[in-house]
Each structure stands twice: as structure tokens, then as C-alpha cells.
Design a protein around this ligand. Sequence first.
Ligand code: GLU
Length: 618
Amino acid sequence: MTHACRRIVATGAALLTGLAGIAVIPPPAQAAPAQTEARAQGKVRYNTKTATSIGYGGAVTSVDPEASKIGIQVLRRGGNAVDAAVATAAALGVTEPYSSGIGGGGYFLHYDARTRKIGTIDGRETAPRTMPRNAFIDPRTGKPYNFTPQLVTSGVSVGTPGTLATWQKALRRWGTGSLAKVLRPATRLARRGFVVDKTFNQQTADNADRFANFPATRKLFLPGGKPPAVGSVFRNRDLAATYRLIGRRGTKVFYRGKLGRQIARTAQHPQKRRHPSLPIPAGHLTRRDLARYTAKVQAPTHVRYRGLDVFGPAPSSSGGSTVGEALNILERFDLRSMSDTDALHHYLEAGALAFADRGEYVGDPAFVKVPLAALLSDKYAAERACEIQPMHAATKPEDPGNVADYDGTCRATPAPARTKPDTENINTTNLTVTDRRGNIVEYTLTIEQTGGSGITVPHRGFLLNNELTDFTTEYDAADPNRIQPGKRPRSSIAPTVVLRNGAPFLALGSPGGATIITTVLQLLFDRVDRGMTIQQAIAAPRASPRNAADVSSEPAFIAKYGTALEAYGHSFARAGDAFTSASEIGAATAIEFGPGGRLTAVSEPVRRGGGSALVVRK
Ligand code: GLU
């Protein structure tokens, strides 16, 4: 896979050669040297990729060169970080339609350079008001639907989308442009198309069997019955028209108008082929659910870590609380004076402990009492840190701590154990933006599984999420993440901003389901405690300690550290699942803020085909 040419924008005549929306355009003969700007080659412009850019005046980093470029153009034309972030996100809806889009949700974190305040928007998908607690039980068998691909490919897993409400709220509170204006570049991109790369082709191929069940999805994403070929131009005119409609009529057309009616109808009665290969249980989403949806403005989570202030999203995401708790635990140890292996052992143990508490205590705070203050307190972390033995990995799963009774000392405080399996895919997408004034947006958005529910809203050009599969599948009255009507399923999304002496130091985030938490934690640990640069931290091999018997890890991590850490009693399993062919963890983006306004914008050099980090001025 050449990183230099993952996406290629085609223009004008090149597209006219296409049949049924597809024109084959050969990629450049060899990988172009990394560079930020597109270079013109006849009628086709090849957008090259840059994993890291250093410069001034603003920066945008995402997994996709078209999206990052659109964000940079917004900044260059005087838009602020929020305008650019929404424009970038809308473009990702075009080029990353299996990971994000207006059929999904996400968490938006904003740092205001003037007030130095951080605000977040919880744009999480929400369970319909009529969703029954046994929604994930197959009535034919009385047992839960098999998770992948059966449950994930369903109307029943479609939550009320929050992405569009998030964009509107962010623009109104902190942006300068209208929604209509910031949607325009992505509208043009959807109409004009981008050239399919190996990642897009592979993601489509991984989903082809379930996509084929839905005529609208098949028509859009499997033209001619096959995944779009590498080098062909993929256009989404339906999405362009949808963006234009929203630009003209505002979000009400989505939440209270004809788009909303169509979304509800599609979730309740997905159009399927005559003999579908999967059960495809129908959903419960109604127009009323859409009309009642709100993206919530929330205070961020906050912990101090070695003199830094670390902010993340509050529940309904477990991202901020779990990263925060793990950092507080790690802070008890002088990691810098340890050998690398000892430090990694502590990282693995802290991650497991924080995950035990996540499973026991975190859910949507509108429905369950989340002991956030305890989870983020140093005293509680001091007590949890007592569970870590210097040279010896604890048996997993670890029990959660006792948030009702802690005093920071090492003593036995039993609490019930509960562990639920997490899904783990490289889905979702993340972007980091800053503008010339120093405002920052860190934003993770998703439709959950790569390919979401697999259900495209007919003639609208976007997939519906399957975010409700983030609820615990089987109802358990004691589980904070049990299904409840109107509730937001617990997320792991963790857009994070770090301040040093009250000024921005780092902004970062990642996709990856529950591995998001450990990726963000590992990035901070690698950058702050292991002395890596942010570029090195993003490239470094990952392990995802989530309180399971085996630590799910990238093969490169196992190859490098496996033997040394097995001596402590850790055991490892290759990351990934049967559904995707990759065994990568995360596809992070970050911006580091240096002296004199110097910005280091970083995206993945390799994972998910590599990303694109751009600056306004080199
Ligand atoms: N559903 C995930 C979460 O909110 C995000 C999607 C993913 O990356 O798996 O935690």
C-alpha cells in the first residue's frame, strides 16, 4: 500500500469517462514523496499523504488527505477550529463512510483559547423510547443474536443519530460559519468523487456479504455487485444532495422533517433483498425519537497527571473516566526510573484495573449513578494502585474497586466482579484541529462497526449506525450499561486535550472501540513517561489491557515485548477479530503545541493506510 496516494481526487473530464459513476484512474506509478499539497497531473489531482507536518497558524490531522485538506482550506480562508473540524468531519462522511457520517454519533471536545475553557458535546446515539430490554434476544431461540455479523447488521441496533446535532451545536456555540457554508466543500467532494484506495476497497470487501442484503447499500457501495476497484473513482451524489438539502433547510429536515421520516422508516423496515442471508431484526427508532434528540453540552473530565491537566469526555463515554483513572494509578509510580519492561508492566496493570471499574460503574448518567468523583480521585487511585505488584501480573479479570469505601490506603475492600466482553474493531474516525488563535477541537465520530448497521438510507447516501450494540447484550439489572429506553450506550470514545501550565500541550484521540481508551492512555504514557516524541508514540506498537486474561496486542508489540512481559505473568493475544482482516489497534491523530506557536501535527504513518497531517504554514 502506498501511503502517498491513498485517495485521489478526480475532476472534470476524468470523471466523464466513467460508467455508472465509476471511472478507473491509474494511481501514480510509484509512491510520491511525502508532501502536503496535492499536485496536478492532467485532469486528476493526486492528494499525497503526510504523516507529520510541523508549522504555524493552524493544523488539521485526520486519517484522510481530502478531509484534512478541506479543513486546512477552511482555516486558510479565516474559519476557526470548529468550522474546520465540522468541514473535515463532513468530508470524512464522504471518504470514510464506513466509519463516520450523519447516520452516527460522537464526542466533540473544544478548547477556547480566549476563555481557556474546555467544553464537550456528547452527540451519542440514543436508544429509542420504545426499545425493549430484550431487544437483542432472538425470539426464535430465546438466546442473544450472534453478535457479528447478525446483531450488528440490524435495524434494532440503530440509535438516534447525533452527529448532525453535534455539528450544529458546535458551530452555534463556538464556530463562525453556518452549517450550510461548512458543508459545501464536502458536498463538492461527494459529487466529484475520490479515487478508491486499498483500505476503502478492503473495508468494502470485508462488509460485502452483509451489504448485499440491502439493495440501497448494494447499489451505492457494491456497484456491479463488487467492491469498488482500487483506482476507480467513487462518487456519492446522493450524499451530496443530502448535504445540500441540510444546508438549505437546516438540521430540522433531519430531526423533524422528511429525512427523519425516512431514517425512522428505514430502521423499522430495512429494505432487504428477497432472501437475506442474515436475520436483520427490525428497529424501534421513530420520528419522535429524532425530534426529541439533543446533543448535550457537558463539562469535561479532568485529572492532573505529573503536573499536566488532562481533559476528556464525561459519561456517557467511559473514555475520560477510564483514561483518567488509569493515569491516576500510574502517577503513583516513578515510571521514569524503571526499566522499559517494568514501566510497560505497570501500564498493563493500570489499564486492567481501570477497565474493571469501567465495567462496574460507568453508564449513561441520565439513567445510572456514575461515581465519577471517586473514579477520578487520587485517593481512590492510590488504593487501586495497591493491587499492582512490582514484578508480577495479577490474575485477570481483576475485581472492581469499592467506590463507596476508600481512604487511599492498601487494604481489602471487596466489590463484585463483572466482566463483559468488548467489541474491538478499527472503526470510527478521529480528527484534531487547531486554528491561528489556538482554539482546539478534538473530535471522535463513528457509526460503530466498520460499515455500521450495513443499512443505507435509500437515495440519501449514508449508512445508519449500529451503536446500540455498545449496550451490554444481555439484560442485567445491576449492569450500568444495560439496555434502557432513551439511554445512551456506554462509549469508549476519548478525545483528549492536555494543558501544561494552563496552555495547550497536546490534543489527541483515536478510533478503535474499547481500544480507544488504551490507545489514548498508551499515547500519553509513551509521550510523558517513556520519553517518546508524539510521532514515535503514534507509530509505536500497541497493547490494549482491558482486564481480560490475554492482553490484546498488535503483533509488533508481542514480537518486541511479549517474552519479557510473559516473565511477569502477562499473556498476549493478537488484536483483531474474525470480521476484519487487520490486526491494528487505533488510527490516532494528535497535535503537539510547542514554543512560539510551533505545531507538530501527526497522523498514523501506517495503520489504516496512513493519515494526513497538515499545517496552515510550514
Ligand atoms: N462504539 C465505539 C464507542 O463508542 C466507537 C466505535 C468504535 O471505534 O468501535 O466506544
